[in-house]
Design a protein around this ligand. Structure first.
Ligand code: ZN
Length: 478
């Protein structure tokens, strides 16, 4: 007797999409069988006729319960939304796992301890989420500034303990100088980790900031002139060269420009293990939108660029150059988001974790540009593979965690704030017409959202240890 049986749906499996029955026992998928081939009985049977049965969404890039700088918020003491609120929104959006951050600049990122070890700061960060998350979670570890050799010496231990990815910035206050980056890449590569890189050329960014300021053109709607195409081109290529010299795999967070997509495509054509992420707002908006009233609400750093960049990012997701979609989830209230209005003070991020699956589905699958299998790759499987959660997560197969999203391709919904479950008072997707929407979310065998009702518990979410497979680190596999 199975605990749960999902019948009649179009199930996306590693060998393609088809009509299968999915059986769940406890927290795992017990079987994926030809439809009605066997006499299966279960305590609960779900009829998924007319719907897709997908691996739960994986959101590889969130900033939850993070201190918002006073320069952005306009006042001290502001945090992004809590794990309860963010994971609740995730669950309603068909997302069963998110990857947030630990470490970082003491006092500016995550608000955790300075001067303590990676493992201690990881523990501190874990305690913020444990007992407070409806979904599973994990952390990239952020290394910031001039990282001391003692900290670099702890990287191997951290990878052993399940921290598979290390985040660095090449601009902002957290910027890691290139010499230190070289040492970090070396250590991460040697120990089987992957680098998550926010790549921008700091000299170009700083030059443009002061140039626009002098000219009186530093309004926030010019952010794309600061965090610009040339900056992405130079920074992505420098990072790729450093990665090549140190034999390190790279996961580029938020690719924003055609130049970034080309740099990744060239690296992958040379079989380098380079993976790229696109944010869902970059697939829809352009920098023209910044000039509309409250237009900078759509902003996430680096900056939303031009129509040809948006089109290049879309194409790169379709043709396999980019591997994942994410949101850079960074949820605040509107007064905080719109507090700063210059190129140095616009607050990053927005409440995104809930809208990624329906927006990406609408833009790609409902328009016929992408198969449902590719959709699953860029919303779940590839994040699991490149960041070390596969095959526990990101796949519907016997033995994997029973993280399942049932998606109704016929459910059309014009998004309003009332549809969303984040702790916020605005949405950049107000009025967006979704063609298809998640209707049920299952975390390790437990139904956490059904028919618009939250059935999960903040005690449900677990921290996930990650390890990237060696083949992912040696060549581009997804
Ligand atoms: Zn981010």
């Amino acid at each position: 007797m199975l605990d749960l049986l999902i019948r009649g749906g179009q199930v996306v499996t590693p060998s393609g999409v088809g009509e299968f029955d999915v059986g769940v026992n406890g927290e795992r998928i017990a079987l994926v069988a030809e439809r009605d081939a066997t006499d299966l009985e279960a305590h609960r049977t779900i009829d998924a006729s007319g719907k897709y049965v997908l691996p739960g969404g994986i959101e590889p890039h969130t900033h939850i319960a993070t201190a918002v700088s006073q320069a952005w918020a306009g006042r001290p003491g502001v945090m992004t939304q809590s794990p309860e609120a963010a994971s609740r929104a995730a669950a309603f959006g068909g997302v069963t796992t998110f990857i947030d951050f630990a470490g970082g600049m003491p006092g500016t990122e995550n608000g955790d301890q300075s001067g303590s070890s990676i493992m201690k700061r990881l523990d501190d960060r874990r305690s913020v989420f444990l007992g407070h998350s409806y979904t599973d979670f994990s952390f990239h570890y952020t290394l910031a500034g001039e990282v001391p050799p003692e900290t670099i010496g702890e990287i191997g231990e951290a990878i052993q303990a399940g921290v598979a990815s290390f985040k660095i910035f090449t601009t902002f206050a957290s910027k890691v100088p290139y010499g230190h980056l070289w040492a970090i890449f070396d250590e991460v590569g040697k120990n089987g980790g992957i680098m998550a890189v926010h790549a921008e050329d700091d000299d170009i960014v700083k030059y443009m900031e002061s140039k626009l300021k002098k000219e009186g053109n530093d309004h926030g709607y010019n952010l794309h002139l600061v965090h610009n195409n040339i900056s992405e081109d130079i920074a992505f290529r420098k990072i790729i060269r450093l990665a090549e010299h140190t034999e390190t795999a790279i996961y580029f967070v938020h690719t924003t420009a055609k130049e970034g997509a080309s740099a990744i495509a060239e690296a992958r054509s040379r079989q380098l293990p380079v993976y790229g992420e696109a944010l869902h707002n970059y697939l829809h908006f352009t920098s023209d939108h910044y000039k509309q009233p409250e237009g900078t609400a759509i902003h996430t750093y680096p900056a939303i660029k031009f129509a040809d960049d948006r089109d290049a990012l879309q194409q790169a997701l379709v043709d396999g150059t980019l591997s994942t979609t994410a949101t850079d989830e960074y949820t605040t209230y509107k007064d905080v988001k719109l507090s700063g209005n210059t190129v140095e003070t616009v607050c990053g991020g927005h409440n995104g974790i809930e809208t990624r699956l329906p927006v990406v589905y609408t833009k790609f699958v409902s328009t016929g540009r992408m198969s449902i299998e590719r959709f699953v790759d860029i919303t779940s499987t590839n994040a699991a593979r490149s960041l070390g959660l596969y095959p526990q997560k990101g796949v519907i197969a016997a033995g994997s965690d029973a993280d399942i999203t049932i998606f109704d391709p016929t459910l059309n919904k014009t998004l309003t704030l009332d549809d969303l479950h984040a702790d916020s008072d605005y949405s950049i997707w107000e009025g967006f017409e979704c063609r298809g929407y998640p209707v049920m979310t299952i975390l390790r065998g437990k139904i956490i959202v059904e028919d618009g009702k939250l059935l999960g518990d903040p005690m449900d979410g677990r921290w996930l240890s990650r390890k990237v497979a060696p083949q992912v680190l040696s060549r581009p596999v997804c």
